[in-house]
Every structure is written in C-alpha cells, then in structure tokens.
Design a protein around this ligand. Structure first.
Ligand SMILES: [Zn+2]
Length: 447
C-alpha cells in the first residue's frame, strides 16, 4: 500500500464530523492535487480549440521508434503529417493487442513511472494495460474542466457509484472532498440518508451512474422533496437513456454525462448548452470509422470510435477500435467549443440489472472486479436465471488459482444481498448470442 492509500484508508475511518470540518477547510486544489495539476489544467484551458496534430505525430513517431509492434510492422517509417498518419497506420483492436501485449510496451520507459491496470470486464476479456503513474493529473484536470462549466469549483460532492459500505451509512474523504454513499443499496432508506446528508452539508453535486441517479431522482420526486439546492448530477460509465435524462432534468437538476474508457484514449462530455459530447482535444485523438474501415468525416453517420493516446508513451495504443459507436454533429456551440462533437454515444458500457431476491438490483457496472482479479482471468460473464441467484462464468488465466476463485465468490457475495446464491463456473469460452454478439449479462429475468 502506498503512502497515499494508507492516508486515505486511515482518514476515511475518522468520524464524519471531523472529516466534514477538514473537507470544509480544504479549499486549495493545488495543495492536494499538486502544482502539475494546476499547470496541466491551465494549459488545456488555453489550448481548448487546438487540434493537437503535433501531439499525435510525436506520439506515433516515438511508438515507431520504441515499440516492437509498430517497429516490426512499419520498418523505418516516420510520419510527418496527419494525412500520412491516416494513410499509413492501420487500425488495431483489443484482440490484436492481446495476442502479444508485451509488443505494445515501449523499450524506452522506466517501469517505476507506470502502474498496471486493465480494461475491466465489460467485453468479457480484460486487457492488461500499463498507465503512467501521474495519470490522475490529466484525468482530474480534464474532468474538472468539464464539471466547472456546471459550477463545480473543487466543491464537495456526493458519490453514489461502486462503493459497498459496511460500518457507516456514508463516509467523507476530506482530501478529494467526496461524501461517499453505498452504491449497492438503492433503497428508499439509503436515498433518505443521501438526501438528508446532501441537504445538511449543502452538497450541490452528485456523481453517479445514470441508473443510480435516475433511481435517486425517482425517490426525490415521489417524496416531493425540495431539490432546489441540488445543481447537477455528474454521470458516466453507462449508456444514458432518454427517459433517465428527461426525468432528472424534470426536477430542475442539470445533467452532465462523461464519455471515457479504461484505455484512456479519448474523453468527451456534455456542456450546459447541449447534450452532446465535446471531445477534449488535448487528451487524445478521436476518429470515427465505418464498417469498411473508411474514415467518417461528415455528421450524421454512425461509426465506431477509434482513439489514439497522446499521453501514454509507455503503452501507446494508436488507432485503437474501442467498440463504442457514435456520430458527429455539426454545431456552433454557445459555450465556444470548436473541436469535434459527438451526438449520442452507444458504449460498451452496460448498466444492466442483476436482481436480488427482494427485487432490488445492482448494475453490472457496479459489480466490476478489482484489477488484480481481472488480471488473472481471461474472461467473465454473468448469467442470471432467477432473482437472488447469479452464475458467473470465468475463463481462468494461467495464474488463476483456488484463492482467486474464493475472492471472486466473496466479491459478489459482498455486492449482492445476504442470502444470494453465487455460483462460479470455470469455462473454456464465454457464450455468444446467435448473432455473434457478446453480452456481459445474460438475464432471464423479465421483471
Ligand atoms: Zn458546448
């Protein structure tokens, strides 16, 4: 455990009343997040309309020099323009990278500057990644810029995501200024606690999944509660459905939706003027392609999102097909944004429901395993035939052992209600639908 994790694990165990005071006095993001965060955020703010082709060319040329996959595929090639990049560099996808992950790692990095991650299990087979250690500077700098358009200013925010709480009904992290609630307890009792806490501490922002935000909004409306102090919900990690959006906004609450993915190649988010995704031009390079791998440049044509990192020189994924789909929209936005803007995004994200016996549910997004467990399996799939029961199919990797099997059962027992039946089954392959499509959750529950 690093020093930061240690402090975090200790501090969140302190009484909420003390942490509330600490959170109130913590008004300087630079002290907490460091001066590089401030510098980065300032630099992308100033650079908001740039197309950043230079960053793209630098990244690909470095990869062509130092990364085995690119060196072997394109011997002696160097790229000098966007046109040349698009003409000469092929697309890759997760399957290609997984055939030889090491071939995508640069020979010119210090491994101490990187941490391991995975893509998570949404598409069944998690991909191992290495990510720069200081990545949070870019992630937080970028996300905070989006949030600031909704009035966020290193403000306290409520979080209703993938935390399962045991001892307290909520806890406060005074460093990140998060008031964290149990994202697995989507009941009126828990919503009452969330509401009363937000009201008491005057918390204007809630970070949640579209599904949990919607469930909470339903509670607010059903109980005729005053929501005038709640400014915005910040949602991500699931496809957002129109009825969820309309319902939340109907309460006078603004909704910000963020698009991102664990490969960290492109990022986009709403602005207060339109429910479209402005793609941050400093973060990575976005392209859309059709089913024949041809570039889409015109609005209104659905295509797959292809991303290229600007920042991960350790494991540069270039023209990587994300499996997410979107179309461009041509707008002259009132917020002044000039870059690429996407209309609704159909993500690999899923927010499908796994039911407890009593009809309450958790979403597949919230069921995500820790990276350490994803790193020992080659695939995961959920099958639910009846409420309160969950069958988990695992394709075990080389390092998988019985202890991992136990940890996986424990993980799901903790996340579902007590008394739920969890069955873990080792399989050779995951099930595909008749049309070849993979579903993370195969559910027989019709509600
Ligand atoms: Zn805008």
């Amino acid at each position: 455990m690093g020093v930061k994790d240690y402090i975090f694990s200790k501090i969140t165990r302190m009484p909420n009343s003390i942490n509330y005071v600490l959170m109130k006095v913590n008004i300087f993001p630079s002290l907490v997040l460091g001066k590089h965060y401030i510098e980065y955020k300032y630099s992308i703010e100033k650079n908001s309309n740039a197309d950043n082709h230079k960053k793209l060319i630098n990244l690909i040329n470095n990869a062509l020099t130092h990364v085995k996959y690119y060196k072997e595929k394109y011997p002696k090639l160097q790229i000098s323009s966007l046109e040349e990049f698009q003409a000469k560099i092929d697309f890759i996808d997760k399957d290609i990278v997984m055939q030889d992950v090491d071939a995508f790692i640069s020979d010119d990095i210090n491994f101490n500057d990187f941490i391991k991650g995975t893509t998570g299990g949404t598409s069944g087979k998690p991909l191992q990644l290495i990510i720069p250690k200081n990545r949070h500077i870019i992630e937080l700098g970028t996300v905070h810029l989006y949030w600031e358009q909704y009035g966020y200013s290193f403000s306290p925010r409520a979080v209703l995501r993938n935390h399962k709480l045991k001892q307290k009904s909520f806890y406060i992290n005074p460093i990140s200024k998060e008031v964290i609630f149990d994202g697995f307890n989507l009941t009126d009792e828990n919503f009452k606690i969330i509401y009363q806490t937000m009201k008491k501490y005057k918390i204007k922002f809630l970070q949640c999944y579209p599904s949990s935000g919607y469930a909470y909004a339903k509670y607010l409306k059903n109980n005729n509660l005053d929501t005038s102090f709640i400014k915005s919900f910040f949602v991500s990690s699931e496809n957002i459905l129109d009825y969820q959006k309309d319902f939340i906004k109907g309460l006078g609450i603004e909704l910000f939706s963020l698009y991102g993915h664990s490969e960290k190649l492109v990022i986009g988010g709403y602005c207060p003027h339109h429910d479209y995704y402005h793609i941050n031009p400093s973060y990575g390079y976005l392209e859309l392609i059709d089913e024949n791998n041809a570039l889409i440049n015109q609005p209104g044509v659905l295509g797959e999102i292809v991303g290229t990192t600007f920042n991960n020189y350790g494991m540069p994924l270039v023209r990587y097909r994300t499996g997410d789909y979107a179309e461009y929209i041509d707008i002259n936005c009132e917020c002044g944004f000039k870059g690429k803007t996407l209309k609704t995004i159909q993500g690999r994200w899923s927010g499908e429901k796994v039911y407890n016996k009593d009809g309450t549910y958790v979403t597949t997004t919230a069921l995500n395993l820790h990276n350490e467990l994803y790193s020992v399996i080659d695939g995961i799939q959920y099958i639910q035939k009846e409420k309160g029961q969950l069958e988990i199919h695992i394709v075990p990797g080389h390092q998988f052992n019985d202890q991992h099997g136990k940890e996986i059962i424990e993980h799901f027992q903790n996340k579902m209600n007590a008394g739920s039946t969890i069955i873990v089954q080792k399989v050779k392959a995951l099930k595909k639908e008749d049309n070849g499509k993979f579903l993370l959750l195969i559910s027989k529950i019709t509600k």
